[in-house]
Design a protein around this ligand. Structure first.
Ligand code: HEC
Ligand code: HEC
Length: 319
């Protein structure tokens, strides 16, 4: 506990302010340090799993085709891997907002039983004896030391630098292209039914809400309630970003939907009228087949053309 507090204080002191003060404004070298760490499987207990195993660049750093996460030694997690993008816009992290500090969040996957299964002393030992990290540390720090807060800060510098700003939607907003009819109708529908939660231009909000999904019977994930213990937060989840939604399937905190069509069928049907559903969802009277298709046509414009291929985000251990 005391160790964790020391880490908080040290990390908080070493970061500077952006929209979310915990997302560091960083130098290229610090981001490079973070990128090597992010893709380094030797940080896991059996050297099998890196952050990048679950957060895949080609899937906007989600884990494609996995309903819930898979970690070391075949251990299965309980939640779907979220995309990592525009994190500086988020005031909290995880489906239930359990972390408000991006650098602190990394402790969870590094030491989580169903993620990388390591311990912080082991992580530190492995990083500290690696010549690449020694060299990066000598460029970054006068005292050339590698510490846990510095490792966490570097990881946050890398993940915080992942930006989605190069989709057809962005080009349309910049006046560089015009949407076709379906896309435009879809955008209008989206603004009517969805944007009160999935707010432009990031298509997320820092709120927690229930979009009316019935709780899954296997995990019975109580969502935000786990963090606040307030009854009204039961089954509420962070409103996720819809950027890159076409490449981050399956969907929802438990990955229950494989296709965007399934998502639209949910929002368009009476089954969303669960007792705790948000009124912004229950007020959607219904969506016709054409409306569902148009909204999907619009959602496909949110796929980034650069992020999945951007060299600065790439796995540096690949040939
Ligand atoms: C075994 C798969 C797995 C590994 C390995 C993993 N993650 Fe994750 N990550 C997840 C899952 C699942 C969540 C959502 C967890 C939750 O909501 O409780 C998540 C959430 C996150 C978030 C919050 C995103 C958001 O929008 O709220 C960040 C940031 C993140 N991970 C970074 C990392 C970093 C950095 C590492 C390596 C140190 C890492 N992850 C390793 C599965 C993984
Ligand atoms: C009341 C706020 C609210 C409204 C209105 C809303 N959503 Fe959502 N949406 C959420 C929340 C919260 C989640 C995450 C729920 C979960 O995982 O349990 C979500 C999840 C999603 C996902 C899955 C994202 C992912 O990464 O897995 C998609 C796609 C989506 N919504 C599309 C829409 C569309 C399209 C509309 C309009 C028809 C809409 N939403 C209206 C709150 C809302």
């Amino acid at each position: 506990m005391i160790a964790a507090l020391v880490v908080i204080v040290l990390v908080a002191r070493s970061t500077s302010r952006t929209h979310n003060p915990s997302v560091v404004q960083s130098t290229d070298t610090l981001r490079e340090f973070g990128r090597y760490l992010f893709y380094d499987a030797t940080l896991s207990v059996d050297s099998s799993t890196s952050c990048g195993t679950c957060h895949q660049q080609f899937a906007a750093f989600a884990h494609i085709d996995h309903a819930v996460s898979h970690g070391v030694l075949g251990r299965i997690g309980t939640r779907n891997v979220p995309a990592l993008q525009n994190l500086q816009q988020q005031t909290s992290f995880m489906w239930d907002g359990a972390f408000e500090h991006l650098a602190m969040q990394s402790i969870n996957p590094l030491t989580g039983h169903a993620e990388m299964g390591s311990t912080l002393p082991d992580v530190l030992a492995r990083v500290a004896r690696n010549p690449r990290y020694q060299q990066l540390a000598s460029q970054l720090y006068d005292d050339t030391q590698i510490t846990i807060p510095r490792i966490l800060e570097a990881l946050a510098a890398f993940t915080g630098s992942i930006v989605s700003r190069s989709s057809r939607y962005d080009a349309m907003r910049d006046g560089k292209l015009v949407f076709n009819e379906n896309e435009q109708r879809g955008l209008d529908e989206f603004r009517t039914h969805c944007a009160s939660c999935h707010a432009e231009p990031y298509f997320m909000s820092n709120d927690f809400a229930s979009n009316g999904l019935p709780p899954d019977t296997a995990m019975v994930d109580v969502g935000r309630y786990r963090v606040t213990q307030r009854e009204e937060d039961r089954y509420r989840f962070r409103v996720p970003s819809l950027r890159n939604i076409a490449i981050t399937f399956p969907y929802m905190h438990d990955g229950r939907f494989r296709r965007l069509r399934d998502v639209l069928d949910h929002y368009g049907s009476p089954s969303k009228h669960t007792p705790y559903a948000d009124s912004r969802v229950t007020s959607i009277a219904g969506l016709s087949d054409v409306e569902r298709k148009d909204i999907i046509a619009f959602l496909l414009t949110l796929t980034d053309t650069l992020l999945p291929r951007e060299p600065r985000y790439r796995d540096p251990y690949l040939p």
